[in-house]
Write a protein that binds this ligand. Sequence first.
Ligand code: MN
Length: 231
Amino acid sequence: MSTVFEPVAPATVPVLGQTAVFPVHRIYCVGRNYAAHAKEMGGTGREAPFFFMKPGDAALVAPPGTTTALPYPPLTHDLHHEIELVVAIGVGGRNIAVADAHQHIFGYAVGLDMTRRDLQADLKKQGRPWCIAKGFDHSAPIGAITPAALVPNMGKAAICLQVNGTVRQSGRTDQMICNIAETIAQLSAAWALQPGDLIYTGTPEGVSAVVRGDVLHGSIEGLQDITLRVA
Ligand code: MN
């Protein structure tokens, strides 16, 4: 089939131990999935988590052993970091049962849900959508994906973000309100999940602003670290 122009290629993420890369389809994000973060964002910490999306090409690959440039986006003066466990979907499906969810997981990665917090706060006040606050270019840094078979228990992993060597966020994935399997089940009730989908599963407390020159180092026990410098 001919196309009227060359389609934009999907973002691709390296996979630990393989030369083949992971082509990104959609990026789903879970909001307020850790109670302490929900509270710091003005909630009670007891509401059900909710979902939003970023474009697939917002993925910014941060390969292991490198420092990746993270462009400071326009239209904000309050760019926040949110360290998150990313679940990479390898087998699609609708209405996936919690008990079957792990069969759909290709692997896991360290990710950042970068946020224009000032715009998000304005949009919340006005009851408007968050797209411009969450779904901007390069808003979804991600490290190399580790295949699920190599990390059997991501439900109980330490998750940490340092900025310029100082710990800003530190938690454990078992603090999630909606765990990995429950998140996949809920998402697949709303959308048909596809191979290539990424799920950013929410952030622990401690989100805060970064400025140009800051170095962000994200780590999750068992996965490949990421390092980015705000440019
Ligand atoms: Mn987030």
